[in-house]
Ligand binder design. Structure first.
Ligand code: SF4
Length: 60
């Protein structure tokens, strides 16, 4: 699985970080990034679908 964040689209709302802090982290510039590619037990597709600007792309 590959997780990609579109840094140009992310508005730094923090939702993905709140839902899955094991995978996502907010950088100093207020843009989310993927800190771990380890599989997590959260439903990443669901988290991606909740991003208000569709900045999270999941490739299986
Ligand atoms: Fe950025 Fe989307 Fe995560 Fe919000 S949910 S911080 S907009 S990637």
């Amino acid at each position: 699985m590959k997780i990609i964040i579109d840094e140009n689209a992310c508005i730094g709302c923090g939702l993905c970080i709140n839902l899955c802090p094991e995978i996502f982290v907010l950088q100093d510039n207020n843009i989310a990034k993927v800190k771990s590619k380890e599989p997590c037990d959260k439903n990443l597709h669901k988290i991606a679908s909740q991003c208000p600007v569709n900045a999270i792309l999941i490739k299986d």
